[in-house]
Design a protein. Structure first.
Length: 93
């Protein structure tokens, strides 16, 4: 169960860089001064040549996949509950 939770958290984690600000992974705080210098360096070096919409699409797909997984788990739980109720009615009659 612990491994499954680690996998789910890994799939839904937030990126280290969000909205142009670097997030400190240890404390979850944003440092705008150091990040501004770092982002300026990245822009000067031409690092951001990739399409930024790909990242947004990836996050949307990941969110949709998690919603589908949650829905399937909910349907599976409901099905188990209905089958259990049906089995109990067989024994009570």
């Amino acid at each position: 169960m612990r491994v499954l939770l680690k996998i789910l958290f890994a799939l839904t984690r937030r990126p280290a860089i969000g909205f142009g600000l670097m997030v400190n992974a240890v404390r979850g705080k944003k440092s705008q001064v150091r990040t501004a210098q770092f982002i300026g360096f990245l822009e000067d070096s031409g690092f951001r040549r990739a399409n930024p919409d790909r990242h947004t699409k990836l996050l949307n797909r990941r969110r949709a996949a998690m919603n589908v997984l949650f829905l399937l788990l909910l349907i599976g739980f409901a099905w188990i509950m209905m089958e259990s109720a049906h089995a109990l009615t067989l024994f009570w009659d």
